[in-house]
Design a binder for this molecule. Structure first.
Ligand SMILES: *Cc1c(COP(=O)(O)O)cnc(C)c1O
Length: 380
């Protein structure tokens, strides 16, 4: 099946008991045994649930991997993956990270004896030099957030294979429609399904897909043991969202490309960030490994924090909110919102300035979005 077909038909088909074309929400905690020691394949919803399984199979099919595992949130997925490691293990991570991931590593996992090194992930020699005897994992974001940097996924996977390290790719921003990290040699793909996979700003969720059965089983074991799984209703919402992922992504990409071009030329914009712009430092890598450049655009406004504030107050169609990847266009200020948990000095080192603004371009008419940005920039 091609991607668009798989997005609709990987859920196991009509419901076996009623023929319902849509997987029902199996809102039940437990399943009655047919006889002592005999079930119909389900016993308790933390361990397995039919609605969750339909989503698991769909995400695994779209990523081209094994044992998809839906979680309560993207952070629940990440926390579970980190429990593949143990005290004393070392992780090499991209430095330009989702703020919550940085907080999980630095403020939570460090307390359990894990060590972290943060790198740009653009330099092969720098990555190799960071590998220590206790290094176990390399963690990347396939499009980083909020600076929209792109790492060469095959290059990172190649280094990891040579040193027998687990690779994890947070593939939230491109979604599997634009990039399938497992095809490039990555071991584990992590998602916040809250974003493009669900796409409608009405659920928080996460998922993990493994390249091989062994890691898939270990993640499944941890999900059950730690209780980080997603609820049936949330799984159902994400499943519904995924059916339109290809058409949504196509339109997100088209709208974002137009907005990025508009911002790049605007006199009040110091710098626009979008991997589809030829001026983007990683445009060539992006073009090589992705089918499109996704719907996120960041820019630095030419002005002080006062200008940032009046811009954020001035937009009318864009909503001032965290999150991304939904039908609604959103705007946010990384330094005080999504990346506030990163120390100021680290933000500065990574390049997240106080004048940086991040846009999630939704599915409204792009002319309306441009007019909205234009009038807010004029006022800023
Ligand atoms: C939102 C996000 C997360 C965290 O997911 P939640 O669903 O909010 O817990 C992780 N990584 C990236 C890239 C994200 O955008």
């Amino acid at each position: 099946m091609r991607f668009e077909t798989a997005a609709i038909h990987s859920d196991g088909g009509p419901d076996p008991t009623t023929g319902a074309i849509v997987t029902p929400i199996y809102q039940t905690s437990t399943f009655v045994f047919e006889d002592v020691g005999k079930t119909k394949g389900y016993d308790y919803s933390r361990t397995a649930n039919p609605t969750r399984k339909a989503l698991a199979d769909t995400i695994a099919a779209l990523e081209g991997g094994k044992g998809g595992c839906p979680f309560a949130t993207g952070m629940a997925a990440e926390t579970t993956v980190m429990h593949l490691l143990k005290k004393g293990d070392h992780v090499i991570s991209q430095e330009d990270l989702y703020g919550g991931t940085y907080r999980l590593f630095e403020n939570v996992m460090r307390n359990f004896g894990l060590e972290f090194t943060f790198l740009s992930m653009n330099d092969k020699d720098e990555i190799e030099a960071a590998i220590k005897p206790n290094t176990r994992m390399i963690w990347i974001e396939t499009i980083s957030n909020p600076l929209l940097n792109i790492v060469d996924v095959e290059m990172v996977a190649g280094i990891a294979k040579k040193h027998d390290l687990i690779t994890v790719a947070d593939n939230t921003l491109p979604s599997p429609y634009l990039l399938r990290p497992i095809e490039h040699g990555i071991d584990l793909v992590v998602h916040s399904t809250t974003k493009y996979l669900n796409g409608h700003c009405d659920v928080v969720g996460g998922a993990v897909v493994a390249a091989g059965n062994e890691l898939a089983e270990r993640v499944g074991f941890l999900s059950n043991a730690m209780g980080t799984c997603a609820s049936p209703f949330d799984c159902w919402l994400v499943l519904r969202g995924i059916k339109t992922l290809p058409v949504r992504m196509t339109q997100h990409c088209q709208n974002a490309a137009e907005i990025a071009g508009f911002l790049e030329k605007h006199p009040r914009v110091k710098r626009a960030f979008y991997p589809g712009l030829k001026s983007h430092p990683h445009y060539k890598i992006a073009k090589k490994q992705m089918k499109g450049y996704s719907g996120m655009v960041s820019f630095e406004i030419d002005g002080s924090t006062k200008a940032v504030k009046s811009f954020l107050r001035g937009v009318k169609i864009f909503s001032l909110a965290e999150s991304l990847g939904g039908v609604d266009s959103l705007v946010e200020h990384p330094a005080t919102m999504s990346h506030a948990s990163m120390p100021g000095s680290f933000r500065k080192k990574v390049g997240i300035t106080d004048s940086l603004i991040r846009l999630s371009i939704g599915l409204e008419n792009v002319a309306d979005l441009k007019e909205d940005l234009e009038q807010a920039l004029e006022r800023a």
